[in-house]
Design a protein around this ligand. Sequence first.
Ligand code: 13P
Ligand code: SF4
Length: 300
Amino acid sequence: MQITQAIEKLKQEKNAVILAHYYVDKEIQDIADYIGDSFYLSKVATKVDAERIIFCGVEFMGESAKVLNPEKRVFMPDATADCPMAHMATVEEIEKVKATYDDVAVVCYINSTAELKSHADVCVTSSNAVKIVSKLPNKNIFFIPDRNLGSYVAKQVPDKNVILNSGCCPRHANMTDDMVLAAKAAHPNAKFAVHPECVEDVLKHADYIGSTSGIIDYVVDTDAEEFLIGTVDGVFAEIQKRAPEKKLYTIKEDQTCINMKKVTLEKVLDVLENDTNEVFVEQELADASMKPLERMLALG
Ligand code: 13P
Ligand code: SF4
């Protein structure tokens, strides 16, 4: 039996559903029941009625799915697949900002640990951050952990005082102005679609800025033949499925997320077969981090 058939069979037997982020490899996206960006997947996780969720993504995604669905069993194909940015803020920093400003909301990008979320007022993803921040009653916003998404949000919501910390995504933050200029020179007719985790010097060249789903929809729906893509190249699979005639280029050579790439078909089969890598979140932490996640789902 082929590995994909074995996965399908076990999925039925164990009443499991597979969720995959657009950054995992195409062969994983191909066996998923739901593929999407972080916001879509966190909404789907609350709606599926399977007993088990196999989350093909990184730790904060599986952890959020578990927090939002305490009664379901959530599994990660690779327990070491983690987003480094999720750890790039501290509770001490949050306490310090809270002590400095009276009217401050702590806005926590979903790419963060449950511990950071538990100290936040609301969570956001790249697809709803502007909308949610603009709806908050507070003047001061402490945006953690991504300084690049935070600074993009600050520009879109100029009436707020957005305080940033120093976190960033190593994969997006290492794309530079020069790389974009070189890619534009090589492909002068290409439109440039980019993720807001990139630095401002890169975003200033964009024809479109948005989440992974937003980028995919923009490329599929825009009447142009060529596109420069300023995010992890996992999004190429969905674009090529929906609009195979489009030509896609990265702006640097290796535009992958090494942690997302840890997810393989063999590991998906293993968690289904052996119930390995189950996600557990301690009750008190789960309760505290559920509040900002649920507020995001309500406002987003
Ligand atoms: P999305 O919210 O666009 O899915 O992004 C998640 C992510 O990790 C980007 O690096
Ligand atoms: Fe984290 Fe960056 Fe990978 Fe997204 S691309 S999961 S932010 S390391």
